[in-house]
Every structure is written in structure tokens, then in C-alpha cells.
Design a protein around this ligand. Structure first.
Ligand code: BG6
Length: 287
């Protein structure tokens, strides 16, 4: 497999992106936010969904693909003026390396360090290293290192938007019996029943203390999400009114997507001592 299976090309909005075109799969990863925006295994439909109304601009998050959330999840506790879901998804990342194995597995590694802009929002020295492996599986690995002299606590998510034929016949398994925070019901704590999850209205649930594999089932395929170093799984679909209220989300697009996010959030925030590292991995296996 030649190295030119990977190239650096301008993507939407002229933002620099790493494009993978191998016999195994195609993918596009923006340096903006280290954002995996496209992934399509050979012979399959695209796995990730991106809104036709998404911004592709410096300083603005991309709506779709895999936003990389760090160092807080959602609105920042006690600091509503801070950007939702942290700053990592809107910072320019550094492309560290690319490679292609003899059997065609393409690997892209990006990094982000603290700088004046991040320290103005969050006063910690850190390094993020993110490796994206593109093949029949999309394998994501995010390592966070505390480079400072004091401990810090962070939240994170690989906020995966999946393309689905219709929300009305998609189900999710793997969360039976798990306790969750229901963000559309006053943050009430609830317990998931044993039946597959069906989305029948606005859904925004933070499932806690779960490392289990989740499976997304649709009439055309299943997608398995296996994770390590992640204790939270978030399930989100905005449904009708919230979709209308979001300027970067088409009014009629909500039936085409579902987010199943591998995360460490709320009760599962990670405390990292000086010099320590934490790694979260997610393997996305479309079948
Ligand atoms: C989910 C959150 O992870 O992301 C939701 O649980 C939120 O509450 C959604 O609405 C989208 O967030 P944003 O900041 O990308 O609009």
C-alpha cells in the first residue's frame, strides 16, 4: 500500500484535512478539532453523519462526524460563558504522523498542547495525543497527559454521530440496567430497562459507570462500539424542536442520525495526577 493513500487536502471551508483512500476504507480527518468527519469502509455506505448545515470554520465546531470533547462535557459547571463541550473541538491540532501498514491499515496521529488560549479558559498544562486507525474498523485512541505540577480533573467524549436510514427503526443495545442522567427530564437519575433502546422523542442521556460494548441496529447494518478507558456512554438525538433551534443542524435532519458517545463525564470525570496519563479507546465496527 503506497503512502500516497494518505494526503493532506483542503476540506470544506478550506480547512486542512487528512484524507485516507485505501482499499480498506476512506476517511477524512480535519486538523480543526482533530475531527474525524468521514469514514466509509470499502463497499459500505458512510458510517458517520454530518449536517448539511454544519459550519466549517475556525473557532466553530463541526456538526457531525466525531467531535472530540475535552476538558468538560456539555455546559461547564458554574461557568455558562465557557464554550459548550470544551475547547479541543475548535482548536487547530498538530499533525504528528501518518502511516500505512502493508495490509492497508492507515494511521493518523494528531496532538494538542495547552497554549495561552487554552490556559485562559482552563489553567492547566496538558498534552492530548489522538490516533485514528482507518480500516474495516475505525479505531480511535485518545491519551491525555497532565504536564503540570498539580492534579486536574477532566471530562471527555468521542461524540460519534452515526448515519442511519431512519431513527424510527434504529435500536441500541448494551445499556440494559445501566443508571443514567436524563438531561431532558431535569437531570433526573433513572435506570435503563432491559429492552433495546428506541428513540421516540428528544433523547439526551448520560449513562454512568458503564464500560460495556454498545451495538447500533438498523435494518441495513449493525455498528458495534467497543471501548476501553471510558465509563460513560451518551445517547443523543435532538428530535424536532431542538433541531429547529440549532442553526448548524438542518430542521429535517434529525431522523438521519443518532449519537452514541464514548465518554468520561459527570460522576465519571477523570482525576489525573501530575505526570500521569489516561487513555480512552473506541473501536467502531460496522457490519
Ligand atoms: C450531547 C449533549 O453530547 O451533545 C447534549 O449531551 C448536546 O446536551 C449535544 O445538546 C450537542 O451539543 P453541541 O454543543 O454540539 O450542540
Amino acid at each position: 500500500m503506497p503512502q500516497d493513500a494518505i494526503s493532506l487536502e483542503p476540506g470544506q471551508g478550506g480547512l486542512p484535512s487528512v484524507v485516507v483512500r485505501s482499499q480498506l476504507a476512506t476517511a477524512r480527518i480535519y486538523l480543526h478539532g482533530a475531527h474525524v468527519a468521514e469514514y466509509r469502509p470499502a463497499g459500505q455506505e458512510p458510517v458517520l453523519w454530518t449536517s448539511r448545515a454544519s459550519h466549517f470554520a475556525p473557532g466553530k465546531p463541526i456538526r457531525g462526524g466525531v467531535p472530540l470533547i475535552f476538558p468538560w462535557f456539555g455546559p461547564r459547571a458554574g461557568r455558562p460563558e465557557s464554550p459548550a463541550h470544551g475547547f479541543a473541538r475548535t482548536r487547530p491540532w498538530t499533525l504528528e504522523s501518518t502511516g500505512v501498514s502493508p495490509d492497508g491499515l492507515a494511521t493518523v496521529t494528531l496532538s494538542l498542547r495547552d497554549d495561552d488560549a487554552t490556559r485562559a479558559l482552563w489553567p492547566h498544562a496538558f498534552a492530548l495525543r489522538y490516533t485514528v486507525a482507518v480500516g474495516p474498523t475505525l479505531a480511535l485512541s485518545l491519551t491525555t497527559t497532565n504536564l503540570g505540577p498539580t492534579p486536574f480533573t477532566f471530562e471527555q467524549a468521542l461524540h460519534t454521530y452515526f448515519a442511519i436510514p431512519s431513527i424510527h427503526d434504529a435500536t441500541i443495545t448494551g445499556l440494559a440496567g445501566v443508571n443514567y442522567i436524563d438531561k431532558v427530564d431535569g437531570l433526573r437519575r433513572k435506570r435503563q430497562g432491559g429492552e433495546p433502546i428506541r428513540i421516540t422523542g428528544e433523547t439526551d442521556r448520560v449513562y454512568l459507570h458503564t464500560t460495556d460494548t454498545c451495538t447500533l441496529h438498523t435494518p441495513t447494518r449493525t455498528v458495534i462500539l467497543e471501548k476501553t478507558g471510558s465509563n460513560t456512554t451518551v445517547v443523543w438525538n435532538p428530535w424536532i424542536a431542538k433541531a429547529k433551534a440549532m442553526p448548524d443542524f438542518g430542521d429535517d435532519e434529525w431522523p438521519e442520525m443518532i449519537c452514541i458517545e464514548s465518554a468520561n463525564a459527570a460522576d465519571d470525570a477523570v482525576a489525573l495526577p501530575p505526570g500521569a496519563s489516561h487513555t480512552m479507546t473506541v473501536a467502531i465496527r460496522p457490519r
